[in-house]
Design a protein around this ligand. Structure first.
Ligand SMILES: C[S@@+](CC[C@H](N)C(=O)[O-])C[C@H]1O[C@@H](n2cnc3c(N)ncnc32)[C@H](O)[C@@H]1O
Length: 276
């Protein structure tokens, strides 16, 4: 796979263990975001017969949703071979899945008339270049629809889970670094998209509970698999204490629908100029 050097670290993670975990737990991750899916797809406004690009498509739920919503074709691109393999195994007529770096992938010019990304567009090493490449791949006037996380202090799940494992507040990510919260400041989103040639940029807050498991044991296993790397270097007693703190936090968030934490996203819509 041809990856821009600015994305080498993300490629190593997503085309490695992290992507492997997401691929194995595809349904769980889809369920965790399920409350966002109707609003996200409504905002995408998939047009009948259109050609849609799904950026950072993962295991392809949103790519499949695009053809179900009437797109004639939908191409999902993702760094992770494992996630692309799951997506391909679930393909629908009209869906195509490609392993690649959306920042530099040689999409044909103006090949798509809509682009979507559900929490897949915050990991670019050079966001300006990535969104310019996406703008180039869109026919003029085509909509771009992104779901991105609001800042960590509005996302109870990250503070609570990482805090339980770390035994204190999680370290703040460096500003501007690729990662889940890199587009959490609307002024950054607006600036990056405008620079890449997008217009009519709108940023709307959407909040929903995020689901982590059917009960405390189930969520505990899942979160330890996801964030267990935070315990590297701890001795047995330290690991046990962190596991216990996590269990307490999960128990505090057990609802009749399972373990859920508050979360908040920005739904970003914009229109491409076809330039880039
Ligand atoms: C948080 S996951 C979201 C996956 C999927 N959109 C979903 O909603 O389940 C982020 C995805 O973005 C992908 N990704 C990150 N950087 C990328 C890049 N430069 N090009 C293509 N995919 C990328 C990752 O491999 C990962 O699958």
């Amino acid at each position: 796979m041809n990856v821009d050097p600015t994305n080498a670290g993300q490629a190593q993670a997503w085309d490695g263990d992290e992507g492997g975990y997401w691929a194995t737990h595809a349904d769980r991750f889809d369920r965790s975001l399920a409350r966002y899916q109707p609003e996200f797809m409504a905002a995408a406004g998939i047009r009948p017969g259109s050609a849609v690009l799904d950026i950072g498509c993962g295991t392809g739920e949103t790519t499949r949703a695009a053809v179900r919503a009437g797109a004639a074709s939908a191409v999902g691109i993702d760094l992770s071979a494992d996630m692309i393999a799951v997506a391909s195994s679930r393909a629908l007529p009209g869906t195509t899945f490609v392993q690649g770096d959306a920042q530099i992938h040689p999409f044909p010019d103006a090949a798509f008339d809509g682009a979507i990304s559900r929490t897949g567009a915050m990991f670019f090493g050079d966001p300006g270049r990535a969104f310019a490449n996406i703008a180039r791949a869109l026919a003029p006037g085509s909509p771009l629809t992104l779901l991105v996380w609001q800042p960590p202090d509005r996302n109870e799940w990250i503070g609570a889970l990482a805090g339980a494992l770390a035994g204190g507040p999680p370290p703040a990510p460096p500003p501007g670094a690729p990662g889940p919260f890199s587009l959490s400041d609307p002024s950054v989103v607006r600036a990056v998209l405008a620079e890449a040639g997008f217009g009519r940029i709108e940023v709307t807050g959407v909040s929903a509970p995020m689901h982590f498991g059917s009960d405390v044991d189930d969520a505990h296993r899942f979160v330890l698999g996801l964030l267990g790397w935070m315990l590297e270097g701890r001795d047995e007693a330290g690991r046990r204490a962190a596991g216990d703190r996590l269990r307490d936090t999960l128990a505090d968030h057990l609802t009749p629908e399972g373990v859920a934490f508050a979360s908040a996203t920005w739904l970003v819509t914009a229109v491409g100029s076809g330039g880039g």
